[in-house]
Design a protein around this ligand. Structure first.
Ligand code: PLP
Length: 392
């Protein structure tokens, strides 16, 4: 091996935790923090930490903190928050549930579960840019619709959905709207109150916080039923002893993002644009940026090399010291084609040849450019091999 360089470009799978976040959790663990449900001093101190974190997170996401306060339910992450939203808002009711075709598997899978339980689940399509078809969606909203769940931004392409427009459509018919904000929170400004959504999911390990913690922010007055039972914590909506140190870590990570957000957004956009133009300025091979015709997250590139098999390319890149992915982490390792690119109507070769490259605050321009050049080299090598193999 000629080099031992490693470049991590799979930040949509997970981001490296910040040292300051580890430190805040360490301090909390070592302070002898109690169970926030206990009435004694150790419990009261734990509750104080927990409620302070809750208030800060609400504030940063612009939830309503006092008077008709919105509710922040801590969960084990994005998957649980999405499950809680889809099941908790529909429980005890029957009717239609609308999601999009490009949702994360945690929403798709929960919607499948609801369909098996007798709900009328409708999956709305997207345009070739990956944006939800608003007309189709509006046409699907009927009297019996109990919930719409539409992601804020896609984890494979980074495409940002027109949520405010969707919220207006839903509000007209008084239909609850949940949004999976897992890839958006801690990356772009999320203003919960002005968005008009009923609930928002997020997850700390996507914004340089600890894994295993996230939340569902629920608008004041919206009833969400539990999916776990047997305790009184978090008003019985999510029973179980709250994990105070990890909540403190999530809060710290979000605060650090908030304090630097303009700078970070500029940094990530800069990395992404430099990466994409490096790939596209080379005539050979052809590189297609999926979703490039619309507004995207600053840190996500879905790149297709038609004629290349993404699994083979990913293996070659791993050997070369570049970590990126085939789509969502849940789908990587398997050879399932991207449901997101399929829903966008991409050609089969574009779907087969698509990799996802996602940036984080730790990435440097120089390593990103190096990675782009290395990817081009690998693609050319693979193409040459194919030509060679095709020869009789
Ligand atoms: N929703 C989206 C859009 C995601 O990208 C992810 C993470 O892969 C999730 C939900 C699930 O979040 P978690 O890993 O915290 O369960």
């Amino acid at each position: 091996m000629s080099h031992h360089r490693r470049v991590y470009l799979d930040n949509n799978s997970t981001t490296p935790i910040l040292p300051e976040v580890v430190e805040s959790m360490r301090e909390c663990h070592l302070s002898g923090v109690g169970n926030p449900a206990s009435a004694h001093f150790a419990g009261r101190e734990a509750r104080q930490l927990l409620e302070h974190s809750r208030d800060r997170i609400l504030e940063i996401l612009n939830g309503q903190a006092s008077l008709q306060a919105d509710r922040l339910v801590f969960t084990s992450g994005g998957t649980e928050a999405n499950n809680l939203a889809l099941r908790g808002f529909t429980s005890g009711r029957q009717g239609r549930v609308i999601i999009s075709k490009v949702e994360h598997p945690s929403v798709l899978g929960t919607a499948d579960y609801l369909a098996r339980a007798g709900y009328d689940v409708q999956r709305v399509g997207v345009t070739s840019h990956g944006v939800v078809d608003l007309e189709h969606l509006n046409g699907l909203l009927n009297e019996s619709t109990v919930l719409v769940s539409l992601m804020m931004a896609n984890n494979e392409t980074g495409v940002i959905q027109p949520l405010r427009e969707v919220a207006k459509l839903c509000a007209k018919k008084q239909i609850a709207l949940h949004t999976d904000g897992v890839q958006a929170v801690g990356k772009i400004r999320v203003d919960f109150r002005n968005l008009g959504a009923s609930a928002l999911s997020f997850s700390a390990h996507k914004f340089h916080g600890p894994p295993g913690i996230g939340g569902l922010l629920v608008r004041h007055g919206m009833a969400v039923r539990p999916i776990l039972f047997g305790g009184f914590q978090q008003d019985g909506i999510r029973p179980g002893t709250e994990n105070v140190p990890i909540v403190v870590g999530m809060c710290r990570a979000l605060e650090i993002w908030d304090a630097n957000r303009t700078k970070l957004e500029r940094q990530l956009t800069g990395l992404r644009d430099a990466f994409e133009s490096r790939l596209q300025n080379s005539d050979d091979p052809l590189a297609i940026v999926n979703g490039s015709g619309t507004t995207r997250l600053p840190h996500t590139s879905s790149i297709s090399f038609p004629g290349i098999d993404r699994q083979v390319l990913l293996l070659a890149l791993d050997r070369a010291g570049i970590a990126c992915s085939a789509g969502s982490a849940c789908a990587s390792g398997s050879s399932e084609p991207s449901h997101v690119l399929q829903a966008m109507g991409c050609d089969e070769a574009v779907v087969t040849g698509a990799i996802r490259v996602s940036f984080g605050r730790q990435n440097r321009l120089e390593e990103v450019i190096w990675a782009a050049d290395r990817i081009l080299l690998s693609v050319r090598e693979l193409k040459r091999k194919c030509l060679f193999q095709d020869r009789p």
